[in-house]
Design a protein around this ligand. Structure first.
Ligand code: ADP
Ligand code: GLC
Length: 488
């Protein structure tokens, strides 16, 4: 099968979060299964390309045309990469935001990107399936139905749309339709209209052949008002076409046995290296050497409401009064950065903080910490807890979305389980889970058992990639002439 991925980010070229990890690993796993896979990404600042495949596409945008080039980034791990090259739109300091706020022309930027991706599917690399990701590419299925339904080349092309996070909609004023050259008829309750504004994600949910999300539990959650961000009704309407497929972990990048970023390699058979990684991490954060005896909790996260930092902020001081150390790496909302800075300065010998994006340090935290904390309000899948399991770093998580699907609570009597979970979104519940973990940590034998249980888990991409392949197959089989796009 020929599968074309369209994504706003993907490693090794661009990343702001887990989407980029997925868009690197899943195509690679599908290619390893023998499928023919290509990925379309925007050409952001610093992306090197080898050749120009199309020097200039003509993309209608409102009253004018734009002329992005299509660049070829060669083949990596059996996967072909194409870049939409429009420097004014994508050669910027960041991917989506400037000084903490969205770029004001994100609606136009990602409309152009989605249109260019469809032209690539038509002129450069003709797929059997198009697979797009998150609101930035939600217009791909919308336009396929609205504008390409008469095109002999793209008509009937099945579109799979993966929601990595229902909390980000791509919400714009109505004028974006004219500015981005989108048909006014799309301003309909059956397509992009959402409380008098334009919602790209909603359009994608309605137009895709199949909607997938990144864990089975999140697939159920997004049909409820609590997790639906106002779109739960839309998701429920399409319930028969919604599938939860758990993300995998790419163990060629995240495995302490082969990880070049960490101070000492180790595995379930030779765990000694982990103690060296802990010392290295304490040194990195200038925490006292003697604290090596204390349990060390790691955090690597976007500092956002989604990730549970309002909860953490309620009990941070109390947590740090326990016999433990904490290291945190991340960037995000200024209020949480301020809070964490203040907390770290209150507990200088116990807490280390790094504000920034640092992949090598993320690996060193996974390896050097004893526990990994993810108190998310919601978590579509979450990758770090899967990485933690492989590194013998015990996850403490809120039981939501993929965190609930991947972490099994430890039962000291049977010795089963891989981590600690709490259900209520409540500071007390978080503290109680951490305290239970601290108690088990004091029992070296039980702790070792718990670590080994986690390290033995296999969340590699193989099974998930096979599930996607089955879904593509089903979408291809069901290929039927499409109805024209809905209008008022
Ligand atoms: P999300 O995509 O919601 O942010 P995930 O758990 O799916 O959450 O993925 C986050 C990914 O980004 C992980 O690979 C994690 O290691 C990485 N990451 C997050 N913040 C940082 C950071 N500050 N520095 C380095 N890597 C980070
Ligand atoms: C999103 C989600 C995260 C998920 C990632 C990759 O960013 O917040 O839970 O793991 O996408 O699918």
């Amino acid at each position: 099968m020929k599968i074309l991925f369209v994504s706003p980010e993907g490693l090794p070229f661009s990343k702001t979060g887990g989407l980029a990890d997925v868009v690197e690993a899943l195509p690679k796993a599908l290619a390893a299964m023998g499928h023919d896979v290509a990925v379309v990404l925007p050409r952001y600042r610093g992306t090197k390309v080898s050749t120009i495949v199309v020097p200039s596409l003509s993309i209608p945008m409102g009253d004018t045309l734009r002329f992005p080039a299509v660049a070829d980034g060669a083949v990596l791990n059996g996967v072909r990469y194409f870049f939409v090259d429009d420097p004014e739109y994508f050669d910027r300091d960041a991917l989506y935001t400037t000084r903490g706020a969205d770029y004001p022309d994100n609606g136009e930027r990602f409309a152009l990107f989605s249109k260019a991706a469809l032209e690539i599917a038509k002129q450069v690399w003709r797929p059997d399936i198009i697979h797009c990701h998150d609101w930035q590419t939600a217009l791909v299925p919308v336009l396929l139905r609205a504008m390409y339904s008469g095109d002999p080349l793209l008509r009937g092309l099945p579109a799979v749309f993966t929601v990595h996070n229902l909390g980000y909609h791509g919400l714009f004023d109505r004028g974006v339709l004219a500015r981005a050259g989108l048909p006014a008829s799309l301003f309909s309750i059956k397509s992009l209209e959402f409380y008098s504004r334009v919602n790209y994600l909603k359009g994608g949910l309605l137009a895709a052949d199949w909607i997938t999300t990144v864990s089975p539990r999140y697939a159920k959650e997004i049909m409820t008002p609590e997790f639906g961000h106002g779109l739960d009704g839309v998701v429920r309407d399409r319930a028969g076409r919604v599938v939860g497929i758990l993300n995998g972990a790419d163990y060629s990048l995240w495995d302490p046995e082969h990880d070049d970023f960490i101070a000492a390699k180790y595995s379930a058979k030779y765990l000694d290296g982990k103690a060296l990684c802990k010392k290295d991490l304490l040194r990195e954060f200038k925490l006292p050497e003697k604290s090596v005896e204390r349990p060390l909790i790691g955090i690597v996260s976007r500092f956002a409401d989604q990730k549970g930092f309002d909860l953490f902020a309620k009990v941070g001081s109390e947590l740090l009064r326990e016999n433990l150390s904490l290291v945190a790496l991340g960037t995000g909302e200024p209020k949480y950065e301020r809070y964490l800075r203040a907390l770290a300065s209150h507990f200088p010998g116990k807490m280390g903080l790094r504000i920034g994006f640092d992949n090598a340090l993320a690996h060193r935290i996974e390896a050097g910490a004893d526990m990994f904390l993810m108190p998310s309000r919601y978590e579509p899948c979450g990758l770090n807890q899967m990485y933690s399991l492989r590194y013998g770093t015990v996850p403490i998580v809120r039981a939501t979305g993929g965190l609930d699907d991947t972490v099994e609570p430890f039962e000291p009597f049977s010795g089963k389980g891989t981590g600690f979970k709490f259900a209520d979104y409540d500071g007390r519940a978080l503290l109680a889970a951490v305290r239970t973990a601290l108690e088990v940590f004091r029992d070296a034998k039980a702790w070792r058992r718990l670590q080994l249980n986690g390290m033995a888990k296999d969340f590699s991409w193989k099974a998930s990639a096979a599930e996607y392949a089955r879904l593509y197959e089903a979408a291809l089989q069901a290929r039927i002439p499409r109805a024209p796009a809905a209008s008022n």
